[in-house]
Design a protein around this ligand. Structure first.
Ligand code: BGC
Length: 269
């Protein structure tokens, strides 16, 4: 019986995988047998470190710098991937950032930056991947699907977030983007799935966990009473990309220790 998800001989691109959740996903996909592209925006050394970690574990990887909100850079990244690996089987749209401020003080630049990386970046990368999946079709000995797209969302796809309206709007947008392309691409045997992480211990939310006081406050929002780790999300992504999840498309799986369970109502209301 096939126990662990297998991604052997599949090529995966994970955007923003030089750190945080993206790196956790890249390591997990590589451990399941995928060849991976480590995309990064600025930090070349961190990307090379991720590549080296994968190679040290017997995997295959290379790093490519591209800003996912720039069409020409995204196209160049896919061209390089097709040259090195021949095709793409799995896209993980992970690159994302926060630029937080009170709504009335939010600059147009901070609004545009977050929407362009978090949402437009997913559009640009998904479009390139989908064209290749449709061109190539299903390859029987690799996967039952012609391709898999995983859209990294957030609990803030459904939990409103004061002080972070650009970020929450981008994640709400990802939800309908993901579902709409899932509907359009399913007849081509392409699966599109969202992951909604809760609080995962990464640089993006360092201020929420790097002191005992901050962590205690954060844990009041997490019924399961622990912060998540990048590998939690990595394991889910590897499973979702595998044929074990072949009948899942067009939905977001929340992985949040119960953050979406309205924990404030546990002893109130
Ligand atoms: C945000 C983190 C936050 C978490 C839970 C994530 O999407 O990027 O900063 O800790 O949601 O609120």
């Amino acid at each position: 019986m096939n126990q662990s998800p297998s991604l052997i001989n599949q090529a995966a691109l994970i955007t923003g995988s030089d750190s945080g959740i993206g790196k956790g996903v890249a390591l997990a996909l590589a451990a399941a047998g995928a060849k991976v592209v480590i995309n990064y925006a600025h930090n070349h050394d961190a990307a090379e470190e991720a590549v080296n970690q994968i190679i040290a574990l017997g995997g295959e990887a290379f790093a490519f710098q591209a800003d996912v909100s720039h069409e020409d850079e995204v196209k160049a990244m896919f061209a390089q991937m097709f040259e090195r690996y021949g095709t793409i089987d799995i896209l993980v749209n992970n690159a994302g950032l926060q630029k937080d401020s009170k709504f009335v003080d939010m600059s147009l630049d901070d609004w545009n930056k977050v929407i362009s990386i978090n949402l437009t970046g997913q559009f640009l990368c998904s479009r390139e991947a989908a064209k290749e999946f449709i061109r190539r079709g299903v390859v029987e000995d690799r996967s039952r699907a012609a391709g898999k797209i995983i859209c990294m969302s957030s609990v803030h796809e459904v939990i409103p977030w004061a002080g972070h309206v650009n970020y929450a709007a981008s994640k709400g947008g990802i939800s309908m983007f993901m579902k709409s392309i899932a509907q359009e691409l399913a007849p081509h045997k392409i699966r599109v799935v969202g992951i909604g992480p809760g609080a995962i211990q990464t640089p993006i939310n360092k201020s929420a966990w790097d002191t005992p006081e901050a962590l205690d406050k954060l844990l009041t929002l997490i019924p399961y009473n622990r912060i998540g780790k990048p590998d939690d999300i990595g394991q889910l992504a590897a499973w979702l990309a595998s044929d074990q999840a072949d009948y899942i498309t067009g939905t977001t799986i929340f992985m949040d220790g119960g953050m979406t369970l309205y924990p404030g109502f546990a002893d109130n209301g």
